[in-house]
Design a binder for this molecule. Structure first.
Ligand code: SAH
Ligand code: SF4
Length: 360
């Protein structure tokens, strides 16, 4: 199989072509002009175009299926070169606004929720992705390609910057090397120009990897899937907690470099009669002491056969009020029993929050 050119950072591509500025041109063709073939890259010498075509492919994931939700979000099923599939979701954040003459005064804003693995090793009790087990890591190009495919499918202008959240299938920090490369490729000024501050990594709490990501100092935002405030319950919900307990995750977050204007998001999945009581809220406030945090409460979204239930609205409201009264930023996200199904679709509300909570 030919190499996928989307897997390369611009620096890596510069090693492959000469002179170096050809790499910028190629990036521009692929990410800004939407070129599907090297032949179309008309300002490159013919010989170079031929050489590139012999060695590389521009392998953008194939759109196999799209489900559109009532609120306008679209869930994509994407096919990879080896036949495996992943999901990604396009979330319209703000609608386009026009003045009386019909001129666009505010552009529409979008977030794309991307997958980082086919399946997941972490095996959380409540997660649909976990049920299928782990298949493989995505390459950097397969991550970047999800955004490229979705932007093109929706005719989102090439220069329109979108936000990216790593909240689809998989645990991004279990594929850190490729995710870090994807972050850089996304950010490239000759490519999609998605600054790391518009990219949010969501993790189940791989403490040493949080530290490693922090040391890389890429400037990305962080979201922690906490879901429980004591180790006993968290172990039951998320087996990863046996390896990295709550304290170790919190300590890693405290050392994580985060932009002064931004916050670390804590996702808290509310499950009926398990973690929706005020005692848990009190513990949560204590845990987050000293962290510039924002909590996002999510209603557990039951799926057929799921062992848990959706909590009562009053309980969620009371939980939120407790946090707010103690000065902890907290929002509630309804997963509206979405009319689009399955894992990544359930995550879309969260993905919105990641970006709303950190205006860029
Ligand atoms: N693996 C990473 C990122 C992908 S999962 C992580 O766990 O953070 C993104 C979010 O979806 C996580 O917060 C996860 O806990 C949540 N999630 C999984 N199953 C869910 C369900 N049935 N209802 C609501 N949220 C769910
Ligand atoms: Fe993996 Fe995240 Fe699902 Fe847990 S919630 S199994 S870490 S994708």
């Amino acid at each position: 199989m030919k190499k996928n050119i989307l897997d390369l950072t611009k620096e890596e591509l510069q090693q492959e072509v000469s002179p170096k500025f050809r790499a910028q041109q190629i990036f521009g063709w692929i990410y800004q002009k939407g070129a599907k073939a090297f032949e179309a890259m008309s300002n490159l010498p013919k010989k170079l175009r031929q050489e590139l075509a012999e060695r590389f492919e521009i392998a953008i994931p194939k759109i196999l299926n799209v489900e559109t939700s009532r609120d306008g979000s679209k869930k994509y099923l994407l096919g990879l070169r080896d036949g495996h599939t992943v999901e990604a979701v396009l979330l319209p954040m703000k609608k386009e606004e026009k003045d009386a003459e019909g001129n666009v005064v505010k552009e529409a804003r979008y977030t794309v929720c991307v997958s980082s693995q086919v399946g997941c090793k972490v095996g959380c009790e409540f997660c649909l992705t976990a049920k299928g087990g782990f298949v493989r890591n995505l390459t950097p190009g397969e991550i970047v390609g999800q955004v490229l495919a979705i932007k093109q499918d929706n005719d989102i202008p090439a220069n329109r910057r979108v936000n990216v959240v790593y909240m689809g299938m998989g645990e991004p920090l279990d594929n850190l090397e490729n995710v870090a490369k994807a972050i850089k490729i996304f950010a490239d000024e000759h490519g999609l120009s998605i600054s790391p501050r518009r990219q949010t990594i969501s993790t189940s709490g791989l403490a040493p990897k949080i530290e490693k990501l922090g040391k890389m100092d890429l400037g990305v935002l962080l979201a922690i899937s906490l879901h429980a405030v004591d180790d006993e319950l968290r172990e039951k919900l998320m087996p990863i907690n046996k390896a990295y307990n709550i304290e170790s995750v919190i300590e890693a977050v405290k050392r994580f470099p985060i932009d002064q204007r931004k916050r670390v998001m804590f996702e808290y999945l509310m499950i009926k009669d398990l973690n929706d009581d005020l005692k848990s809220a009190k513990k949560l406030v204590k845990l987050l002491n000293g962290i510039k945090a924002k909590v996002n409460l999510i209603y557990f979204n039951p799926y057929p056969g799921s062992p848990f239930q959706r909590p009562d609205k009053e309980r969620v409201k009371a939980f939120q009020k407790y946090l707010l009264d103690k000065g902890v930023l907290c929002t509630i996200r309804e997963s509206k029993g979405l009319d689009i199904s399955a894992a990544c679709g359930q995550l879309k509300e969260r993905s919105k929050e990641a970006v709303d909570g950190n205006p860029v």
